[in-house]
Ligand binder design. Structure first.
Ligand SMILES: CC(C)(COP(=O)(O)OP(=O)(O)OC[C@H]1O[C@@H](n2cnc3c(N)ncnc32)[C@H](O)[C@@H]1OP(=O)(O)O)[C@@H](O)C(=O)NCCC(=O)NCCS
Length: 153
């Protein structure tokens, strides 16, 4: 299979946070942010693999700053690693105050998806082509996490 660059599948979702997304104090529920993160990462994994994918693991999800009602949330998902059938996607979230354009980083996440064939079994994905030194660093960090995961199972 031909390697594919992360820029080919990079996915950005934007959504305005409304009262239905918040708790009584006007903060957006963490579960709502997690849903957007899973959606953006899943689209990136599907774009890369050209397959249906399922979430296998959410390895990390940080909540660094609150998101408020009225914020425009930007969710950016980019592949960091590919195995034979699995794909790691890194996601960053930022909240924009629309009137000023000020962006605040709010969340970071890492998710692993498995690509499935038409019978629902794991299927091979195209390798990730490394484009930049940052991509190389992300790949190496993902390899180290995988080695640690394998040694602890
Ligand atoms: C995804 C699923 C089909 C994988 O089945 P499985 O028996 O674990 O399949 P395999 O053992 O062949 O592993 C598939 C890949 O997942 C990886 N994997 C397995 N367990 C993992 C874990 N805990 N963390 C990260 N990767 C893992 C394997 O290393 C393999 O990757 P590779 O081919 O790149 O080496 C199965 O677990 C499943 O259906 N899970 C439910 C998914 C779901 O409902 N998600 C929520 C809705 S989308």
């Amino acid at each position: 299979m031909q390697p594919r660059h992360a820029s080919r599948s990079e996915t950005v979702l934007q959504q305005l946070m409304l009262p239905e997304h918040t708790n009584p104090f006007g903060n957006v529920h963490g579960a709502w942010i997690m849903k957007l993160v899973d959606e953006a990462a899943g689209v990136a994994a599907m774009r890369h693999s050209s397959c249906r994918v399922v979430t296998k693991s959410i390895d990390q999800m940080t909540f660094d700053h609150p998101v408020h009602v009225g914020d425009l949330v930007h969710v950016r998902a980019r592949l960091t690693w590919t195995g034979r059938t699995s794909i790691e996607v890194g996601v960053t979230v930022a909240a924009e105050k629309v009137r000023t354009g000020i962006l605040t980083h709010t969340n970071t996440a890492r998710l692993i998806f498995v690509a499935l064939d038409s019978t629902g079994n794991p299927t091979a994905v195209p390798p990730l082509a490394i484009e930049t030194p940052e991509d190389r660093a992300s790949w190496d960090a993902a390899e180290a996490r995988r080695a640690q995961r394998m040694s602890s199972t």
